[in-house]
Design a protein around this ligand. Structure first.
Ligand code: HEM
Length: 517
């Protein structure tokens, strides 16, 4: 009995010592940061405030580089442009991987979560899908989807009553309240058609199965506590993986539904063969372009499982991010009438015959400035610019040991008074040719930067510009209390609270859920 008690005491003391050692990683590295609890690191604060708010508060307290613990995982948050340049671009070979992801699937991860050779191969297969030629060919598809959006707005505005372009609808889905925005329907239809040739009708049918399943992913499942448990005790994920089959058998998961749909598309496309003239991602993944492969890296077609994982990644990446930028852009234009007037004047000047096309939508420099400023104020994907160090290195006096996770602190970077004068104000002129030169390199990263930056940036920019240019040809964004409001399209309070709602809750859980594939 005494031996047993002694052994137990020794094991407890050893475990305690190990936990203390682990949670003093940043003290040993000489980095400041919030005090972690010995069991949960800084997870309680992250859970209480949300990750972004916690990071904002910590940035104020500890500056541009600090360390925190996402449960068990130590992470260095970086908002120093010089160090970010090293990590994201100059020394990319040391930072090819993303931060380890709770519940990431073991196989078939999708481009966003892939690492090493697998990532490189997938990126080179998928990059040609976003060439200028391909995007140009996608233009008429996006344009036809915007027809539906315009029709929606026309019907709404004909009632001569204000309507809310963001909170277009609020309904109960599988027991949860889901917010709807007319932009979500648009971006889902666009990514569905352009990436997979999917015939979704999210804009015309609010009960469209694709839309409801995707929305369910972004709402209910994102509130799961399983994720936090895995962040706390990473080993717990093996238990979750074991449960996965049970969930699939009961068919309760929207991922299962989406997976089955995508498999059906793959089956049909395989039957059609490589001569089929589709220009989308599925076609590229089944029949990779040889134009971009070098001798050493012969491209193979992907397996069905890999294609499903990639497709789901693109659906998720292309849907929520773009609709969120459209929503913030609408909100900011409705609040800043002079900016909206100047933008409309530019659009009317360039697009004289009223027809927006691929070439004229590229000739709107003020529009580019406005979108950049929206993305600076509200970087909708600010938490996903992450990396992991392969080897130990020192940058600007900061020691980054091998295996350390890095979180680019994009919000802090975009709101840093040292880099941006009056950072909370909406001033598109910051991005004018005169002032642009003064922008500190690597202080503006809405799409990330370097070889792992957003693959869909140009596609998203085109979609945003085409959509807003077409709306502004006929309408103005106003607010409900505006006395001169013609009651066309009106958006309600889109603010920081909404930013949190749309951009924060979602990233981890939604991507984690791809483990169901
Ligand atoms: C306004 C809309 C969008 C924003 C703000 C955005 C932002 C981002 C950011 C910040 C990253 C991480 C970059 C890094 O780590 O350096 C990223 C990665 C990615 N984005 Fe986007 N994105 C948008 C639209 C899209 C669209 C439309 C697609 C697909 C058609 C897409 C597909 C991806 C993919 C696949 C990755 C992972 C790239 C890799 O790891 O190689 N994104 N995006």
């Amino acid at each position: 009995m005494v031996t047993f008690v002694l052994l137990l005491a020794a094991i407890t003391a050893l475990a305690f010592w190990y936990l203390r050692w682990h949670f003093s990683t940043f003290k040993r590295l000489g980095l400041q940061g919030p005090e972690p609890s010995i069991i949960a690191g800084n997870l309680p604060e992250i859970m209480k405030k949300g990750q972004l708010q916690a990071m904002i508060d910590w940035s104020k307290q500890y500056g541009r580089v600090f360390g925190y613990y996402e449960g068990w995982t130590p992470v260095i948050a970086v908002a120093d442009p010089k160090i970010l340049r090293q990590i994201l671009v100059k020394d990319f070979d040391n930072f090819r991987s993303r931060k380890p992801f709770p519940l990431a699937p073991r196989k078939a991860l999708g481009l966003f979560l892939e690492n090493g050779h697998q990532w490189k191969q997938s990126r080179s297969i998928l990059t040609p899908a976003f060439s200028t030629g391909k995007i140009k060919k996608m233009f008429p598809v996006i344009d036809s989807m915007v027809d539906n959006l315009e029709e929606n707005i026309k019907v709404k505005s004909a009632k001569a009553k204000p309507f809310d372009i963001y909170r277009y609808d609020r309904f109960r889905l599988k027991g949860l309240f889901v917010l709807d925005s007319i932009y979500q329907g648009l971006t889902l239809d666009v990514i569905g058609r352009c990436a997979f040739g999917l015939q979704t009708n999210a804009q015309t049918d609010p009960k469209d199965e694709f839309l409801t399943n995707i929305r369910f992913l972004f709402s209910g499942l994102s509130k799961t506590c399983i994720l936090y448990l895995v962040m706390l005790i990473p080993i717990f994920q093996y238990f979750v993986f074991a449960l996965k089959n049970l969930v699939i058998i009961f068919g309760m998961n929207p991922v299962v539904w989406l997976r089955n749909q995508l498999r059906e598309i793959i089956r049909i496309r395989k039957e059609m063969g490589s001569s089929h003239n589709a220009i989308d991602l599925v076609q590229l993944m089944l029949f990779p372009s040889t134009k971009y492969s070098t001798g050493a890296e012969k491209q193979r077609s992907m397996t069905d499982r890999e294609i499903v994982a990639q497709s789901l990644t693109f659906l998720l990446a292309g849907y929520e991010t773009t609709s969120a930028v459209l929503s913030f852009l609408t909100d900011l234009l409705s609040r800043n009438k002079e900016v909206q007037d100047r933008l409309c004047a530019e659009i009317d000047g360039v697009i004289r015959d009223g027809h927006v096309d691929y070439d004229n939508v590229q000739q709107l420099p003020y529009f580019d400035m406005v979108i950049n400023e929206v993305c600076r104020l509200y970087p909708t994907a600010s938490l996903i610019v992450t990396r992991q160090a392969a080897e130990s290195r020192i940058y600007n006096g900061v020691h980054i040991p091998a295996g350390m996770a890095i979180q680019a602190n994009v919000w802090a970077l975009h709101h840093d008074g040292h880099f941006w004068q009056n950072p909370e104000a909406f001033i598109p002129e910051r991005f004018s040719p005169t002032y642009k030169e003064k922008i500190v390199p690597y202080s503006f990263l809405p799409f990330g930067v370097g070889p792992r930056s957003c693959i869909g940036e140009r596609f998203a920019m085109l979609e945003i510009k085409l959509t807003i240019a077409r709306i502004l040809k006929n309408y103005r964004f106003t607010r409900p209390h505006d006395s001169d409001s013609k009651h066309f399209s009106i958006c309600d309070n889109l603010d920081y609270g909404l930013y949190r709602e749309r951009c924060l809750v979602n990233v981890y859980p939604v991507l984690s859920i791809t483990f169901m594939i």
